[in-house]
Design a protein around this ligand. Structure first.
Ligand SMILES: Cc1cc2nc3c(=O)[nH]c(=O)nc-3n(C[C@H](O)[C@H](O)[C@H](O)COP(=O)(O)O)c2cc1C
Length: 476
């Protein structure tokens, strides 16, 4: 890996020419809106944006958006080589997972995160340039590209997930964890026993940890071990003073505290990855912050969900695609040639799997599992299965396959009462929980695929001959 912490990663991104510095933008909507305008075209090239000299904050107290949202930054972050497109990244990520061995975190006694430690009465989470992201948000969100860490009180499993964190006041924040997420399961165990739930929120995370945190690492596996496996070296951690939870020694900013049963306050609304303010403000558990740890000149890491594309939708789709592909193979689906979770669906709602059909029922099997495996199950909507001659990341080809190879009566399966939650814009307020899924089998029908009409396009030989002779007319 070319970096071991956020600062080295930043230098590497600068060397790639993908870091944009912005001075003087306000935390109050400006940082968010600048990011939106930079990212609304989507795709794989916009820069990471580092905001400094934020009005009201000391120079050097920075905020960064768009961490991993380009092919080059993803390749850098995950240590992947030779990727030029999103699908190349998925394949390289998938290949890395094939040989993947988790490496547990290593406890150390010191690290840059201890450069400043603020306790008790001195705690003020607004000492950092926390953005108000969108106009209708219920508050300033300090946790977006963050990691929320909890420990299973029964077996000690440390989990982190990216769960949004809203500021209530200097010493308290809210965290919204969707139903079924590992952090929600941990928290419930403490609350059911009437005990406080210790929580650490890393709001200046190394981008590799952020990718592990914001995606569906399997139940029971600690994201530190996952990130360590990717890096090929353990993540160094320091025992938190208040919770005993392992804090990344090289983090930029860490909040440490606890959530107490019954201590709730209104959280949200918040502009979300589906493209909507999907849920109104509702009571959610509060984290009372006891300690803050931070580096000199700290960098707050941010992600701004919105109507896609956003500053993390590309990277989300890449990791999701790799994870779904991995799960398909692990349960024994052969012949998967590609998976692509489209940015328009925020990496969840519109997912495509390509296969080389090998037996009757192969396409349905791949589609149903992609819709229900751990990485694909939460708040999905459509899974489209296509033949291996279709590039799943090419929307035009996918739509052509649906239009020409599927038959609405025969090709669409519906799954009812699947895992969804309050962020789903298509569920009526007050009924949020389940949704349905459509598996669209857009493959040639297996039984007669050999007789399916041939594709009306030139053969590779005719194309090559034509290009050799007429390339000057064709811009080749
Ligand atoms: C930028 C970003 C923001 C996210 N916000 C939330 C959130 O507010 N609540 C939530 O439950 N999941 C959120 N997620 C998704 C979870 O982080 C993801 O499902 C992760 O796998 C959860 O960890 P877990 O599987 O250990 O529960 C977010 C993901 C990203 C990348």
């Amino acid at each position: 890996m070319l970096y071991s912490d956020m600062r080295e990663w930043l230098k590497a991104v600068d060397d790639l020419g993908e870091l944009r510095r912005v001075d003087g933008a306000d935390w109050n909507l400006e940082m968010g809106a600048i990011t939106e305008l930079l990212y609304e075209a989507g795709g794989a090239v916009p820069p990471a944006v580092l905001f400094d000299n934020v009005p009201g904050y000391p120079a050097g107290h920075r905020a960064i958006f768009g961490l991993t949202c380009s092919v080059k930054r993803m390749a850098l972050t995950l240590g992947l080589e030779g990727a030029e497109t999103g699908l190349d990244l998925v394949k390289a990520y998938r290949e890395k997972l094939r040989h993947f061995q988790p490496i547990p975190a290593k406890e150390v006694t010191t690290g840059p995160v201890l450069e400043n430690v603020v306790r008790g009465d001195d705690v003020n989470v607004l000492n950092f340039p926390v953005p108000l992201m969108h106009e209708l948000d219920g508050g300033r969100y300090i946790g977006t590209a963050c990691m929320v860490m909890t420990r299973d009180p029964d077996d000690g499993w440390v989990n982190f997930g990216t769960y949004r964190v809203m500021v209530h006041d200097e010493k308290s924040v809210a965290f919204y964890v969707s139903p079924g997420k590992h952090g929600a399961l941990h928290r419930k165990k403490y609350f059911d026993r009437g005990e406080p739930c210790p929580v650490v929120v890393v709001v200046g995370a190394d981008p590799l940890l952020f990718l592990a945190s914001g995606n569906e690492v399997p139940y029971g596996l600690c994201e530190y071990d996952y990130a360590g496996g990717f890096r090929g070296a353990p993540v160094e951690v320091i025992k938190g003073e208040y919770t005993g939870l392992p804090i990344p020694a090289h983090a930029e900013i860490v909040l440490e505290g606890e959530a107490v049963p019954g201590d709730v306050k209104d959280e949200g609304p918040f502009g979300e990855w589906t493209g909507y303010y999907a849920s109104a403000g509702r009571p959610e558990p509060v984290i009372r912050v006891k300690n803050i740890y931070y580096r000199n000149d700290p960098i707050l890491t941010c992600a701004r969900p919105s109507k896609p594309p956003s500053d993390y939708s590309f990277s989300k789709g890449v990791v999701k695609s790799g994870m779904i592909w991995d799960e398909l193979e692990k349960v024994g689906i052969p012949g998967v040639t590609g998976v692509w979770c489209h940015e328009a669906g925020g990496g969840r709602l519109f997912n495509i799997v390509s296969i080389k059909q090998a037996y009757p029922g192969h396409a349905r099997q791949a589609g149903h599992i992609a819709a229900q495996c751990h990485a694909g199950a939460y708040l999905g909507r459509y899974v489209i299965v296509v033949d291996d001659d279709i590039d799943p990341s090419n929307t035009f080809e996918v739509l052509w396959a649906i239009a020409s190879r599927s038959d609405p009566v025969e090709s669409i399966d519906i799954i009812k009462r699947a895992w969804s939650g309050p962020l789903d814009p298509r569920i009526e307020p007050g009924r949020k929980g389940h949704n349905s899924r459509a598996i669209i089998d857009a493959c040639r029908p297996y039984e007669w695929m050999d007789q399916f009409p041939p594709v009306a396009e030139s053969s590779p030989e005719l194309r090559a001959r034509t290009l050799a002779k007429w390339g000057h007319l064709l811009g080749a």
